[in-house]
Design a protein around this ligand. Structure first.
Ligand code: F6P
Length: 396
């Protein structure tokens, strides 16, 4: 009897080839895809531009196949300006011989415009053949054609590509205002804001009005009281997401870190040892949160001007996605209360502006190896202090 092995994401080997005229578009798409896949723990490597023609392309193909076959790797991205629609078919045939699924992404600024440099006559007017798996995207008008996209992982990649918004826009991120539980050093729960937290809520409304005025903005909150109270003075449309609720601390919900260390010392240590993967008993891990907020990220990519009011762990996961923070570092980042973070993604990277307020708040940061709350995290990771990442800082 033959046993059929069910394909998991890990068993799929995809080679994604990006075909564009402009280097900057190809780099932008490559970076975004690489960041998205890494954030989802899908192994991915970019094979860069050789600019040396066919012979070099051939050796690049061998490198890609070797890397994909080596381990449980899933997606190789070819970011090579000498790939044109004409050599795509050749490339596809080679990959298929090695059981690698080729997937092509063709991007052009305007519909009908050649996606590669039309100064080379041989490339003029070339089309990706209908036998290939591909996505063709054009910016003006926003148009897409999808052909022969089959496997789960291919579909997931294509769905992400379709949601990428190439227009400049900003995203504002804030934790809720200081809550009663924050003051009592307890985690989880659904407590209301402290008086200082309510003052931050008023300040946040002023901050956002100075940022967007009466322009377009949508506010996303979790379903928890402290985010609703923080959003209450904001004169903009509001939308509640269950997916934005804080990491579920399971049996530890409502405890302080000290109580957890005393009652569940093994769990306390295990979480410090691998904070990204550790799942609270009856609760969640950071890896779980990333999976649950993926639809939020997808929607964020599509939307313009969004303010997200959420919680410490969730905000770390969102920030890690935009700033490409490694998984073992992201749970240790400081995201202080009463601070608004503005992210402005562009082809050149993400500009971070940190807007601080004069409303004081407690710290909720716990160092690795201790159950104390500390105001000045001491380099648990290079991302421990978010200030290192900030391109601009404003005090309101
Ligand atoms: O302390 C505030 C809080 O939002 C808790 O509700 C939550 O459990 C915690 O932060 C998450 O942070 P960490 O993963 O560092 O414990």
């Amino acid at each position: 009897m033959t046993l059929r092995v069910i394909d998991t994401i890990q068993n799929r080997k995809i080679c994604l080839v990006i075909v564009t005229k402009e280097d900057k578009d190809r780099e932008f798409l490559t970076q975004k895809l690489q960041r998205y896949l890494a954030w989802l723990s899908i192994k991915c490597r970019v094979f860069g531009n050789t600019r040396e023609g066919a012979a070099e392309n051939q050796s690049q193909v061998s490198d890609v196949v070797k890397w994909l076959k080596e381990g449980r790797h899933a997606v190789a991205i070819i970011d090579n300006s000498s790939i044109t629609p004409t050599n795509c078919e050749q490339l596809a045939n080679v990959f298929k011989c090695y059981s690698v699924e080729p997937l092509f992404l063709e991007y052009s600024a305007r519909a009908g415009e050649p996606s590669v440099d039309s100064t080379s006559q041989s490339q003029k007017g070339c089309q990706l053949s209908n036998t290939l798996s591909y996505v063709k995207l054009s910016k003006e008008p926003h148009n897409m054609i999808i052909n022969r996209v089959g496997s789960y992982l291919q579909t997931r990649i294509v769905f992400y590509i379709l949601n990428i918004n190439m227009n400049g826009k900003s995203i504002w991120l804030s934790r809720h205002g200081e809550s009663i539980y924050n003051v009592e050093e307890k985690i989880g729960g659904d407590s209301p804001l402290s008086n200082r937290g309510l003052r931050y809520a008023e300040k946040l409304s002023e901050l956002m009005e100075s940022e967007v005025g009466d322009g377009n903005l949508t506010v996303w909150t979790s379903t928890l009281k402290r985010t609703h109270e923080t959003a209450k003075y904001l004169p903009y449309e509001k939308l509640e997401w269950k997916a934005l609720d804080e990491l579920d601390a399971g049996i530890c919900d409502g405890m302080t870190y000290k109580e957890i260390e005393e009652r569940f010392p093994d769990d306390f240590r295990a979480r410090d040892d691998d904070k990204y993967q550790y799942r609270y008993r009856g609760g969640e891990s950071y890896a779980d949160v990333v999976n649950r907020i993926e639809p939020v990220i997808m929607e964020l990519e599509r939307q313009d001007n969004i303010l997200i009011i959420t919680h410490q762990a969730v905000l770390r996961c969102i920030y890690a996605y935009f700033m490409n923070v490694p998984q073992d570092e992201s749970p240790w980042m400081t995201i202080p209360l009463h601070t608004l973070i503005k992210l402005t993604p562009s082809v050149r990277g993400v500009k971070v502006t940190r807007l601080t307020t004069d409303v004081p708040a407690v710290s909720t940061y716990k160092e690795k190896g201790s159950s104390d709350i500390t105001d000045n995290p001491e380099g648990t990771s290079q991302y421990a202090n978010l200030l290192t990442e900030v391109s601009e800082q404003k005090q309101i």
